[in-house]
Unconditional design. Structure first.
Length: 81
């Protein structure tokens, strides 16, 4: 599995998202390559094998709120298995 974290250096949420992803991957026992890459975007984007974990999960498309650990963990769990 490959997880890409796309972020803008102007958005502080990047560090939170990256920490949540690493913690969830470890807690769930998922084998994944995690790649962080700077990109021009308003908020962090987490892609799992090309699938947008955040907007493709429980949130309505286009509506992004603060990223939580619970959201990341549940979305990774659904995606991994």
């Amino acid at each position: 599995m490959e997880i890409n974290i796309l972020y803008s250096k102007n958005n502080a949420e990047h560090q939170r998202a990256a920490t949540f992803v690493r913690k969830a991957v470890q807690n769930l026992g998922i084998r994944a390559k995690i790649v962080e890459r700077e990109s021009a975007m308003a908020s962090p984007q987490v892609l799992v094998n090309g699938f947008d974990l955040i907007s493709g999960g429980d949130r309505e498309a286009g509506k992004r709120s603060r990223i939580s650990y619970d959201f990341i963990e549940k979305a990774l769990e659904r995606t991994a298995w």
